[in-house]
Design a protein around this ligand. Structure first.
Ligand SMILES: NC(=O)c1ccc[n+]([C@@H]2O[C@H](COP(=O)([O-])OP(=O)(O)OC[C@H]3O[C@@H](n4cnc5c(N)ncnc54)[C@H](OP(=O)(O)O)[C@@H]3O)[C@@H](O)[C@H]2O)c1
Length: 291
């Protein structure tokens, strides 16, 4: 089984650099089966969110594995309907209950839209939950340079993580500089470009894959990990859960890294700074529909 390395976040919490994403895995047994397979493949880091509506099955798969809780690294995320101090406090308790866990390893502000006071209130609730041992580390997601500068200077503590869209075609170079200055670890969502076929058949990546006897998915994930990015590709296919993990037995040379760095197109599939994103997200994911 592959040995997955860990790195230390700015609050000294160790995070496995490789995990399993659960976006769009339904809470109808699909998520349970996929997470159970991922655990069998050796993955212990699982990325979920309130707005994926599958925290229950993530928690059940972890529990049913029989593996001690402390061997796992579980991330969940606060949805934007739950900003403000009181609402966030309540939402953290709901996540703990749905996951059926005493603590969450990493909790993120999923989508950073709203009044400054609402987001600062949510952050305060997350800081308190961390101090109480309910969360080990706290961070943000989808923060561009512009959004970061709007909210983070109002926080009392620095986020440990910013989870953003990141792949060889979208390397977020300006944001990476800001995160490095602040000692914040970047996590990639969509590390395989969400299955983008252009990326997965890019001639540079195909050439490097052939040279190492690996597939393109493995080259992309290895590149990201070598850049210091945390990855958690999603797949429903057990064979890909295993193959995506086989990136710890080879290394890309500096020349190969530079060739892949040159593939950056400077934009991704989603622009968090665009007008109307908050409304689009609220229309797509209502986490209180069944309250
Ligand atoms: N914070 C946020 O706003 C945010 C947004 C999006 C995602 N995320 C998180 O990031 C995780 C990963 O992102 P994602 O699921 O959107 O995209 P992704 O992991 O980049 O791509 C998943 C897609 O790639 C395919 N795939 C997986 N392994 C492959 C391989 N080796 N070769 C070719 N295709 C492969 C999968 O298909 P098969 O299932 O058929 O293998 C699936 O369609 C999510 O699951 C979620 O946990 C967070």
């Amino acid at each position: 089984m592959a040995h997955i390395t860990t790195i230390k976040l700015n609050d000294n919490v160790a995070i496995p650099v490789f995990g399993f994403g659960t976006f769009l895995l339904a809470n109808d047994g699909t998520c349970y089966n996929a997470v159970s397979e991922a655990i069998k493949a050796g993955i212990r880091h699982i990325d979920t969110a309130v707005a994926y509506f599958n925290e229950q099955e993530v928690g059940k798969a972890v529990k049913d594995s029989g593996i001690p809780r402390e061997e796992f690294f579980i991330t969940s995320k606060l949805w934007l309907q739950d900003f403000g101090y009181e609402a966030a406090k309540k939402a953290i308790e709901t996540s703990l209950r749905k996951l059926n866990m005493d603590y969450i390893d990493l909790y993120l502000i999923h989508q950073p839209y709203g009044e400054v006071e609402e987001i600062v209130g949510a952050w305060k609730a997350m800081e308190e939950a961390k101090a109480e041992g309910k969360i080990r580390s706290i961070g943000v997601s989808n923060m561009t340079v512009k959004i970061w500068r709007k909210f983070v200077p109002h926080f009392n503590t620095m986020p440990s993580v910013n989870q953003v869209e990141w792949n060889p075609y979208f390397q977020q170079k300006e944001l990476m500089k800001l995160m490095k200055e602040n000692n914040v670890t970047v996590e990639s969502w969509g590390p395989l470009g969400q299955g983008n076929q252009e990326l997965l058949s890019d001639p540079v990546l195909v050439k490097i894959a052939k040279a190492h006897g690996k597939d393109v998915g493995q080259i992309i994930l290895r590149f990201e990990v070598q850049e210091g990015i945390i990855v958690f590709p999603k797949t429903t296919k057990p064979e890909r859960m295993k193959s995506n993990l086989e990136i710890f037995d080879f290394e890309l040379s500096e020349d190969e890294m530079n060739e892949i760095r040159a593939l950056d197109k400077g934009h991704g599939s989603h622009n968090p700074d665009a007008d109307g994103v908050k409304e689009m997200l609220l229309g797509a994911f209502d986490v209180h529909a069944n309250d």
